[in-house]
Design a protein around this ligand. Structure first.
Ligand code: SAH
Length: 404
């Protein structure tokens, strides 16, 4: 039964559990994030200073601009430089605004149509419409709606895959049991599905795990990646996914809730906290068959190879009063103890494309002459205090998957 302080969605979930039994974590997470009336992503302003968490494009314009440069370089490898630009889960639209400005500056000859935005939330869509009014965006509710034919696709996804529901399993004396959300003494509580899965159903690295170890699978992320791969295989193109996570499948409980700039109990007040899990890049890449998988890079080396440090210097030269802020924001994006290492960049493409800076053998290939030098910084529009206060979603104990 719901307590007095419960959220409206909490009341509905408890009622469902009371009637039909405990729900798998994946269903709980899906309801919390995307319930049509009370889901988290339908709330106003979850991202940014007024929201619950901060993302890379909200930290600094350098992030979206680097991706714009990536797209400009990539477009040289696409027939006639023609492509459809797609973003998955664009949030406030900040990345796309910065990307388009930088793309047009680095490759003024490119005539890309309006970007396609895949966005589930009406609240987010209206913010994106406001920010991208000059660029003629079109929206899709689901990746399924992406046409099977057309020019090559260039698909960008920043902190999208971490927002998709995960399933969790826990090892016990009797095997692996799925973690569920049930009721205990009238309160929501974690439980285990009594029917065990055999050890053989688990991936190789999980065999012989210790009792109480947990393991997550991401069926929604894998299914979406498979669909995207099918579209890219048919039309040609590239997908770049930037997210926090690990490069090899491993055990651990990475589900976390953030509300009001602080880590929260995932079971408390459903629909009012952001729920995410780390991305398993090995599994995500495996789901991209038949595409070519280009190496996973850290966010630090991806941004570094695309000239982030030089861009920061140019911004600081033009905006001396913002020098400290610009340096702090760059550090937030690239330092190993901040977002630089835990955030990784996966690139998959159709055959015959070799996107810079993936697959390069040395780190000497810095991009020169990006066309960015000397313009006015937009850094002031992303207050330094914002990035200093709001947590990112990579978790309090970066680098370690296991929290309990
Ligand atoms: N990329 C943005 C926002 C990340 S938050 C940034 O970096 O700031 C996740 C985004 O994905 C939000 O815009 C959310 O509304 C959207 N989203 C979450 N689940 C989705 C789904 N199943 N389909 C489409 N969009 C989804």
């Amino acid at each position: 039964m719901a307590t007095e302080a419960d959220s409206p969605l909490g009341v509905l979930i408890d009622r469902q559990i009371a009637e039909t039994g405990p729900v798998p974590l994946s269903l709980y997470m899906q309801l919390c994030l995307t319930h049509p009336a009370h889901g988290y992503y339908h709330r106003p302003h979850p991202i940014g200073r007024a929201g619950d968490f901060i993302t890379a494009p909200e930290v600094s314009q350098i992030f979206g601009e680097a991706i714009g440069l990536f797209v400009a370089l990539l477009s040289r490898q696409l027939p006639k430089g023609h492509f459809d630009l797609v973003e998955l889960g664009p949030g406030r639209g900040t990345l796309m605004v910065d990307l388009l400005r930088s793309l047009h500056r680095a490759a003024p000859d490119i005539r890309a149509g309006g970007p396609t935005l895949v966005e589930i939330s009406e609240t987010m869509r209206s913010e994106q419409a406001r920010r991208l009014a000059d660029h003629g965006p079109v929206w899709l509710g689901h990746i399924d709606d992406l046409p099977e034919s057309g020019p090559p696709l260039v698909i960008i996804a920043n902190e999208f895959f971490d927002a998709l529901p995960v399933r969790q399993y826990q090892k016990t004396e009797t095997g692996w049991h799925e973690r569920v959300v049930g009721l205990s003494g009238g309160q929501r509580a974690w439980g285990l599905n009594p029917t065990p899965l055999p050890e053989s159903a688990m991936p190789e690295p999980l065999r012989h795990a210790a009792i109480d170890e947990r393991f997550e699978t991401r069926p929604a992320a894998d299914a979406l990646m498979a669909l995207l791969a099918e579209r890219i295989a048919g039309r040609g193109g590239v997908l770049v996914a930037i997210d926090y996570g690990y490069d090899r499948t491993q055990s651990g409980d990475t589900v976390q809730a953030i509300a009001g700039h602080a880590y929260a109990d995932p079971l408390a007040r459903p629909g009012e906290a952001d729920l995410t899990a780390h991305v398993d890049f090995e599994a995500l890449a495996a789901a991209a068959v038949p595409l070519h998988v280009h190496g996973l890079m850290t966010q630090a080396s991806f941004l570094g190879q695309l000239g982030a440090a030089e861009r920061a210097e140019a911004l600081a030269r033009s905006n001396p009063d913002l020098t400290g802020t610009i340096a702090a924001d760059l550090a937030r994006l690239t330092a190993s103890d901040q977002m630089g290492q835990i955030f990784k960049v996966l690139c998959v493409s159709s055959q015959g494309i070799s996107p810079y800076p993936f697959d390069i053998m040395s780190t000497s290939g810095q991009v020169a002459g990006t066309g960015h030098e000397g313009d006015r910084a937009l850094a002031g529009s992303r207050p330094g205090s914002e990035s200093a206060r709001a947590p990112d979603r990579a978790g309090p104990e970066r680098g370690s998957g296991d929290r309990q």
